[in-house]
Design a protein around this ligand. Structure first.
Ligand SMILES: [Zn+2]
Length: 276
């Protein structure tokens, strides 16, 4: 397991990673910003609005920056996007879906990218893959020729991706992962944390982990005499959790319960949930 270092780091030919200065319990070492290209370049997820970070991104580009690409409109990914794009006179590309919950309210795209849309950067072509789940507007960017996937928050290194309703959805997330598993992906450059080799193994493990968690939620539901709540199930499943992450853990359980309801295995009961 290679440690994540600060400063511009070439992680693959034509790809430089810089880590935004926003480490934390939800962001790991900080948001990964990527500079892609050997001639014309794109910046994926400029991260937070920080002068030094934006300057470093511009300095790391080996050629002219022609586009800013955004995986999803969470503030830790988009914070610097508008300022960087305006400074460079280029368009911000993102999916058209507007998030309803957590989002960067100051953010807007100049150009919408739908599933399958491409951005050409000299010899490199990045293809947008719509991957709702973490957020409804989520795009991954695939460089098919090398099998490198810029995964945003659809895959994170060493931590579980947050699926927060209403913009996040567990069923959509599992479907997106299934879809990615059918693509020619070899390596994953995540939105947070280190590069991941053996992409297909990683994707399979995430699906397995989610289905195991779903089974635990189903069990907890079956074990409770009356209706239970997402909070109570979260306390049972994550007993040693950092208190700062408790609300997030309950939201994760809630997203599993919503999926179980879709599957006809759970139902809302008063303020809580019961088996169906
Ligand atoms: Zn996010």
């Amino acid at each position: 397991m290679s440690a994540v270092r600060r400063g511009a780091e070439t992680i693959a030919p034509g790809v430089v990673r810089l880590i935004a200065p926003n480490p934390g319990p939800m962001t790991g070492p900080g948001t990964n910003s990527y500079v892609v290209g050997t001639g014309p370049c794109a910046i994926i997820d400029p991260g937070v609005n920080d002068d030094d970070h934006l300057d470093a991104l511009v300095a790391a580009a080996p050629g002219e920056i022609v586009a800013v690409l955004v995986t999803h409109a969470h503030p830790d990914h988009t914070g610097g996007a508008r300022r960087l794009a305006e400074r460079l006179g280029v368009a911000v590309h993102a999916h058209a879906t507007q998030l309803r919950g957590v989002r960067d309210k100051a953010f807007h795209a100049d150009r919408f990218m739908a599933d399958g849309d491409r951005v050409a950067l000299g010899d490199i072509t990045l293809e947008a893959i719509h991957t709702p789940g973490h957020a409804a507007d989520h795009l991954c960017f695939l460089w098919r020729e090398t099998g490198l996937l810029f995964a945003g928050d659809t895959v994170m290194a060493d931590v579980t991706v947050v699926i927060l309703p209403p913009d996040g959805g567990m069923t959509a997330y599992l479907e997106s992962l299934t879809r990615l598993r059918a693509l020619p992906i070899k390596q994953i450059a995540p939105g947070h944390g280190r590069m991941l080799d053996d992409a297909l193994v990683v994707l399979a493990q995430i699906v397995e982990h989610r289905l195991a968690r779903e089974a635990q939620v189903r069990e907890a539901l079956a074990d409770s005499d009356d209706a239970t709540t997402a909070d109570a199930i979260a306390a049972r499943l994550y007993p040693d959790l950092d208190p700062r992450l408790r609300g997030m853990a309950a939201a994760q359980v809630e997203s599993h319960l919503l999926r179980l309801a879709e599957l006809g295995q759970a139902q809302a009961a008063g303020d809580g949930w019961a088996p169906d």
